[in-house]
Design a protein around this ligand. Structure first.
Ligand SMILES: Nc1ncnc2c1ncn2[C@@H]1O[C@H](COP(=O)(O)OP(=O)(O)OP(=O)(O)O)[C@@H](O)[C@H]1O
Ligand SMILES: [Mg+2]
Length: 539
């Protein structure tokens, strides 16, 4: 026969033993002792049945099921905690102990921060509170948590709260990434449209400034005013270029790329500048770095953005300013770390640095696009970009690019091999732009015709043999690319003699076409000296 003892009967039995035995020991020879013993026993039993846990008063089957519930709660995967109205933690299940450590008796604010703790323990709180909290693990590491708290009330007064906490770090990172990329897409579309419209007027301003500056007759005062106009237009043009780079939606032109080479190229452009600013540059490049499959120009652009940021992070008079660039390889990725010991970034700003147009720099110094462009480029490459910073200590940006498993690739081609030009045809529906290029080239001794439509250009090309045809891309009645195709159909040697002018770098199909064909293009507003070098075959 199976004998079952309930917890309650066991407690009553023990109480009778512990209260009756001493009475018997002292009063064994006295008759009345038996009465005293009986009285004590009954009293003990009464106390035991009162102090026994509530569920022990229940019928045995119910008590067992409560015990099972209690065990289940202890083992549930999410953290469950109970805190008294004064904030003291009185219960944590197993998951809670794994998450927060042994914090029984500690204050809720030590776990989830003072602000969140005050909110859930507030007297005026709603019946239930759910929301995101920034919590601290037992290791001291902060994490993003989702907390759902239920108050336990007695006569309308808060006694304790029961809360469930989940670690949502990964979900939040994924959600933030989606929001970030959606923001980029919307803004990209807006920016692409407006930037294009700014390029032509800017090309006219810089173009006429260049032409005027080439005239020897200018008084010094006039010269300095024109130079100021030119500088401002170029500054505006740089902003437009940044916007267009941001808006660019084309897929990167990826080839097998040596990351150390990209780092060295970017550094070559900045070395002198950093040196004259008194910033020490430390380089630690892994000699056995595997290649990545990437667009080397875009990777250089990202590196320049990051080096510029590091450089800007030094206030004048900073002590031993230093920028350190390291490359290393892990199993699947190549990692580039750019570290500075500059001002660092405030915690509240750190969340916003990848947002387009977020800048703490003065007007004219930063557009707030460097990091958002870099973010877009690295994500397009299937990589990751992280930033860590401590105010007063410095910042480290880490880029991870997947290692190239795709086998050997090519190196981007920069076409050269040009004959010294004598005759040009300039095709642009913006007559001012055609006129500026015409005057600049004529001054350098070339003969220049102009055309404002594709038909006119084709007619002139049939009658004359031009060394180069410089054409705008977007024109009414046929694009620059249509013109190129028709010219090549008549005379294939035009393949190397048509040069494009474009402000429309955001049009993916155009850029794809130009780059696939290895064609030359100059972005508006253009730099005459760069153009001249090109036409002289120096590039
Ligand atoms: N290394 C760094 N040290 C300190 N602050 C930084 C660093 N890198 C970025 N930041 C902060 O992030 C902001 C955004 O950087 P981002 O490169 O996107 O724009 P910007 O540098 O302000 O302007 P732009 O790059 O368009 O010229 C900066 O204004 C700066 O506050
Ligand atoms: Mg920047």
């Amino acid at each position: 026969m199976k004998v079952k003892f309930s917890v309650r009967s066991l407690l009553i039995f023990l109480a009778i033993c512990f209260t009756t035995l001493p009475a018997l020991l002292f009063g064994v020879y006295i008759w009345s002792a038996a009465l005293v013993a009986l009285f004590c026993g009954l009293l003990g039993a009464g106390i035991a049945s009162v102090v026994a846990p509530n569920f022990k008063n229940l019928p045995e089957s119910t008590a067992n099921s409560r015990q099972a519930e209690f065990n289940a709660i202890s083992r549930i995967a999410d953290t469950i905690l109970i805190a008294r109205s004064d904030g003291q933690v009185t219960y944590l299940n197993d998951a809670g102990i794994r998450m927060f450590g042994d914090v029984l008796g500690k204050q809720l604010k030590d776990l989830i921060g003072a602000e969140s703790a005050a909110r859930v323990l507030s007297i005026e709180q709603p019946p239930e509170w759910k929301g995101e909290v920034s919590a601290r693990k037992s290791s001291g590491v902060m994490f993003d948590g989702f907390l759902s708290s239920t108050p336990v009330l007695e006569n309308g007064k808060l006694i304790e709260i029961v809360a469930i906490v989940q670690d949502i770090t990964d979900e939040k990172a994924a959600r933030d990434a989606v929001i970030q990329s959606e923001k980029m897409i919307t803004l990209g579309e807006l920016v692409a449209g407006t930037s294009h419209e700014l390029n032509n007027p800017l090309a006219i301003v810089t173009g006429y400034s260049d032409l005027l500056l080439e005239e020897g007759r200018l008084a010094p005062e006039q010269r300095s005013k024109i130079e100021a106009i030119r500088r401002s237009a170029l500054r505006a043009a740089n902003v437009v270029q940044s916007l267009l780079a941001f808006a660019r939606k084309r897929k990167p032109e990826r080839v097998r790329t040596d990351v150390n080479l990209a780092v060295n190229t970017a550094l070559r452009l900045k070395e002198y500048d950093l040196h004259t600013s008194g910033i020490r540059l430390e380089k630690d490049l892994c000699p056995t770095l595997p290649p990545v499959f990437a667009d080397p120009h875009q990777i250089q652009q990202v590196l320049l953005n990051l080096i510029n940021n590091a450089q800007d992070a030094f206030l004048s008079g900073s002590r031993s300013p230093r920028i350190r660039i390291r490359t290393e390889a892990s199993d699947h990725a190549v990692c580039i770390r750019i570290e500075d010991n500059g001002t660092g970034i405030k915690k509240t700003d750190l969340k916003k640095v990848f947002n387009p147009f977020f800048t703490t720099k003065p007007v004219g110094k930063g557009t707030g696009l460097g990091l958002s462009i870099s973010y877009g480029i690295i994500r397009e490459h299937g990589g990751q970009i992280h930033i860590q910073s401590q105010v007063g200590q410095g910042t480290e940006v880490c880029i991870e690019l997947p290692i190239d498993d795709a086998g050997p690739g090519g190196i981007p081609r920069i076409p050269g091999d040009h004959v010294l030009p004598k005759r040009f045809l300039v095709v642009d529906d913006e007559l001012e732009i055609a006129a500026i290029i015409q005057s600049a080239l004529s001054r350098r001794g070339s003969m220049v015709d102009t055309a404002s439509t594709m038909e006119e250009a084709l007619g002139l090309a049939r009658r004359n043999d031009y060394d180069f045809i410089i054409t705008d891309i977007k024109m009414p009645g046929g694009s620059g690319i249509d013109l190129y195709k028709q010219l090549c159909a008549v005379n294939p040697s035009y393949r190397h003699r048509v040069v494009f002018l474009t402000g429309d770098t955001s049009n993916p199909s155009t850029i794809q076409f130009l780059e696939q064909e290895g064609l030359i293009y100059f972005s508006k507003p253009f730099d005459f000296q760069a153009m001249e070098r090109f036409f002289n075959g120096q590039v």
